[in-house]
Design a protein around this ligand. Structure first.
Ligand SMILES: C[S@@+](CC[C@H](N)C(=O)[O-])C[C@H]1O[C@@H](n2cnc3c(N)ncnc32)[C@H](O)[C@@H]1O
Length: 268
């Protein structure tokens, strides 16, 4: 486990992933009944953009820092700018924790012991957020279906191990079979189109009937750095695509990125 998200926090892929997370949470918040968020690979929860890691890669400077002039815009983007406008960049569990209502809850799973300590500290003020140290894939299958029967699941692994695509697809398939109405956001890097397509195909083989794929590509990326990433969204809520398009129309030109939306199953 060498992956350290501090080097990448706030990069173009984080911007898109966190906008999708907010769009999903905003949708769940429209109904009064409570929901659960399960973040299988949570990270530290907060990242100092003035720190050495961010400075070393310059990824946040080339990502979230390019959105500083954005004011207003669609609600998803406005909320993101509000949450991620400062020196401390919020990771997915902190974004989720900040958007929970009293009837909602978050389970954030992280495997790296140092990150678990940092995450516990970050989420300490949030009574409805719980941190679990462990394997996100195993915990995911054990945690679904949530008793609330309403939930958002974020699967955001580091894809360090060669078989991580397979692990992720298997865990999502097992979880989907237990909780078919959940909203799943599954992030993946695109290093090869064939590998990414195969992964999406494996996720589709879970039997999910409504699946949207969002790919984002960044121009002018240095050789050897990640230039494209995607999200598989199972059960995207009504108007999720429109909300994402509206936010990305404003954000992506500033990041030198372009997006592509593909319904892999059951267009809304
Ligand atoms: C891409 S980062 C997560 C970023 C976070 N979701 C966010 O958006 O702010 C991936 C995290 O997964 C952790 N990790 C690696 N293997 C894991 C596993 N099997 N279960 C849970 N966490 C794991 C890493 O330590 C790292 O913090």
């Amino acid at each position: 486990m060498n992956y350290r998200h501090a080097f990448h926090a706030g990069n173009f892929a984080d911007v898109v992933k966190h906008l999708a997370l907010i769009a999903g949470l905003e949708h769940l918040r429209r109904k009064a009944t409570g929901f659960a968020v399960i973040d299988t690979h949570a990270g530290r929860g907060a990242y100092n953009l003035a720190g050495t890691e961010a400075a070393r890669t310059g990824e946040a400077a080339d990502g979230i820092r390019r959105l500083t002039d954005v004011n207003g815009g669609p609600a998803t983007l406005a909320t993101y700018r509000e949450l991620a406008g400062g020196e401390i960049y919020p990771g997915s569990p902190l974004i989720a924790a900040k958007l929970l209502r009293p009837q909602d809850r978050l389970v954030a799973v992280e495997k790296h012991p140092e990150d678990v300590v940092a995450l516990r500290e970050t989420l300490q003020p949030y009574a409805k957020a719980r941190v679990e140290e462990g394997d996100g894939y195993k915990r995911l299958v054990a945690l679904v279906p949530p008793p609330e029967r309403r939930g958002l699941i974020l699967v955001d692994p580091p894809y360090e191990a060669p078989d991580e695509f397979r692990f992720a697809a298997h865990a999502v398939t097992a979880a989907y079979r237990r909780f078919a109405t959940g909203l799943y956001l599954i992030w993946f890097p695109i290093k090869s189109a064939a590998e990414a397509n195969a992964f999406c195909g494996e996720v589709l083989a879970s039997g999910a009937g409504k699946v949207l794929r969002v790919d984002v590509e960044k121009r002018g990326i240095a050789e050897g750095k990640l230039a494209a990433a995607g999200l598989v969204v199972i059960n995207p809520p009504w108007q999720f695509e429109d909300e994402m398009r509206a936010a990305l129309d404003i954000a992506l030109p500033r990041l030198d990125c372009s997006a592509r939306f593909d319904w892999l199953a059951g267009k809304e």
